[in-house]
Write a protein that binds this ligand. Structure first.
Ligand SMILES: [Zn+2]
Length: 309
């Protein structure tokens, strides 16, 4: 099994020219009869911050579990947005997040400007447990934010922190989705795992939570939460790929749950930060063998419905 897996990884991570890859990505969604892809988990942030993130990956920092992680699309911002368009990604996000207090408001200002000059990006905002969080979350919503990102692992905070309650309530009421990295992969954080977020959902059952990375590695616990709360969704980011299957495999026994929750799974990729080509994420979904209807929903229709696109 391991041998097969490694061989596949070799094949699918062979560096093909970007133009060639774009053609393959377009063939993928064209073959499904889709008008393109919607990717709810792509990273755009101020260049200085993104370069710091890349430096962290290069140095095999502890939050990435000491894994070898070569960034595939290390390019200027304009080239990265152009490539997503070449892939036929109709809409994407600017996942950005603070690792300390006093940073979210500034990131939100940058993200609002990025959304203004990037019409195919869903205006993204972020938050952190701090005294003015409710104020700047409200401001971001009023400025047109359509999705939020919360990173419980990097931010090292409890998502059920009292200071965040008003913000969660506000977002639940405004029906604005929050993509949250709350699983314990690739390395656990102090407040990762299903338990803290279950406390948030108990207080805000209508919060439109999108569990990043399918909750890796606590896949089943997060799928259980999606069964319990009808506004909980999961994004596919990095899941099912050879890279992730190599150290946090998705359990076969959860495939029926994955099928049944087909209207709550959303394509996410982690572009540009993946250690393999974009196309591999799509092939990883396809080889699950859950059928074309499932793929159409996951790669486009579910997000189109959620964001009214
Ligand atoms: Zn990410």
């Amino acid at each position: 099994m391991q041998v097969v897996r490694e061989r596949r990884f070799q094949v699918s991570s062979t560096r093909m020219a970007w133009g060639e890859e774009a053609g393959e990505v377009r063939r993928f969604w064209g073959g499904l009869g889709l008008p393109g892809l919607i990717d709810v988990h792509t990273h755009f942030m101020p260049e200085r911050v993104l370069h710091k993130v890349w430096g962290y990956f290069d140095a095999n920092g502890p939050l990435i579990g000491g894994l070898k992680w070569p960034i595939t699309y290390r390019k200027q911002e304009a080239e990265r947005t152009a490539l997503l368009r070449e892939f036929g990604v109709r809409a994407f996000t600017a996942m950005l997040y603070p690792h300390k207090p006093g940073m979210a408001r500034w990131l939100n200002g940058w993200a609002a400007d990025f959304a203004r000059r990037t019409p195919d990006c869903l205006h993204t905002a972020t938050l952190y447990p701090e005294p003015d969080v409710e104020t700047y979350v409200r401001e971001a919503v009023e400025a047109g934010a359509r999705v939020f990102k919360a990173h419980v692992q990097v931010g090292a905070y409890d998502p059920a922190d009292e200071r965040l309650q008003q913000a969660w309530g506000l977002l639940a009421e405004a029906r604005i989705p929050v993509v949250m990295h709350c699983g314990s992969g690739p390395a656990p954080g102090k407040h990762t795992g299903p338990e803290p977020i279950a406390r948030v959902l108990a207080r805000h059952p209508k919060l439109r939570l999108i569990v990043a990375h399918m909750g890796m590695p606590e896949y089943e616990e997060f799928l259980d939460l999606a069964e319990r709360y009808d506004q909980v969704r999961l994004d596919t980011t990095m899941t099912f790929t050879d890279f992730t299957e190599g150290f946090m495999p998705f359990p076969h026994r959860a495939l029926p749950q994955l099928t049944a929750l087909g209207d709550r799974i959303l394509l996410g990729s982690d572009f540009p930060n993946t250690p393999y080509p974009y196309l591999h994420q799509l092939h990883a979904l396809e080889r699950l063998g859950l059928g074309q209807e499932w793929l159409r929903a996951v790669c486009h229709d579910n997000a189109a419905n959620l964001f009214g696109l």
